[in-house]
Design a protein around this ligand. Structure first.
Ligand code: FAD
Length: 257
């Protein structure tokens, strides 16, 4: 099978390489592009790094790198983003074996380089984190079910390079009361609904990859049970679909073509 067919055959599975690429770009370019980080921006970065340390599916070396970055962001009331970018660049040197492959997209590869890529990877990263936080057996009354949504909100507000996207997301978060989500399962569904709202708005937009149309997710072809006979969502089924798709032990470790 050629590359595109192999990717399509993998359906909605999440690729390790895409998650790593999103993380790499986010820390190296978006966070790493800020010289001085303090105040609200630093607070947002700490929350983001905390959820990455807890839930990002790295091997031992990658976990070590994230812990190191966590210590650094906690070390002072003002830090330098370039320092974090340097850590990522170091980790990318040949022989370091922190990342499992080079910077290329698999599930998030567009039909041309102007489509998909990082924004797609960032969505997947946050769906992955919110799902695995919800599935964490060590959760108790002290862990807030909004921990990943708050980290995402702070990240998108303070670091996401697409300013329009960030403003849209903040408006939507306010409208949909992101900080009032009451349960872990609702946190998964909150992000699913929010992403579908974005998909609807962008359907037919110039940014849409003609080979990867914006749909209301998941498609009826992938999950018939997710739809009621009248076409509305069967949310219990959507929730199990998302858990199966994004859970850590379902990650696809295919590397590249
Ligand atoms: P994406 O929408 O990026 O989705 C990536 C993958 O996530 C899909 O392939 C699918 O596997 C899965 N998925 C899709 N929908 C869902 C869902 N509802 N629940 C769970 N999983 C799902 N672009 C703009 O032009 N304007 C904007 O305002 C804008 N806002 C954005 C806000 C955020 C927070 C982010 C991360 C991105 C935003 N973007 C915006 C970019 C845009 O949403 C897409 O990421 C980009 O167009 C690439 O689209 P894509 O086809 O790769 O799929």
């Amino acid at each position: 099978l050629d590359f595109e067919k192999r990717i399509r055959a993998a359906g909605d599975t999440v690729f390790q390489l895409d998650l790593e690429n999103a993380l790499r770009y986010s820390l190296k370019r978006e966070v790493g592009g800020n010289k001085k980080i303090s105040g609200e921006k630093l607070d947002a970065l700490r929350k983001y790094i905390n959820v990455l340390v807890k839930y990002f599916p790295f091997g031992e070396k990658g976990k070590h790198l994230l812990k190191h970055i966590q210590d650094y962001v906690n070390s002072s009331p003002e830090i330098d983003g370039h320092h974090i970018a340097e850590h990522i660049k170091q980790a990318d040197q040949p022989g370091q074996n922190v990342f499992s492959g080079s910077e290329q997209w698999l599930g998030c590869r567009g039909s041309s380089s102007t489509f998909r890529g990082y924004p797609c990877g960032l969505w997947k990263l946050f769906h992955f984190l919110v799902t695995n936080a919800a599935l964490d057996p060590s959760n108790n009354q002290d862990t807030k079910p909004t921990v990943v949504l708050e980290a995402m909100h702070g990240y998108i507000k303070n670091y996401f390079g697409c300013v329009d996207c960030s403003e849209h997301f903040q408006d939507m978060a306010k409208k949909r009361k992101i900080f009032e989500v009451q349960s872990w399962e609702e946190s998964i569904l909150w992000l699913w609904r929010a992403h579908n709202e974005v998909n609807k708005r962008l359907s037919g937009d110039a940014s849409e990859d003609p080979r990867n149309k914006k749909i209301q997710f998941p498609s009826i072809q992938r999950c018939l049970k997710c739809y009621k006979p009248d076409g509305r969502w069967q949310e219990v089924e959507v929730l199990s679909y998302l858990k199966e798709m994004y859970r850590a032990d379902k990650i696809n470790y295919m590397y590249s073509d």
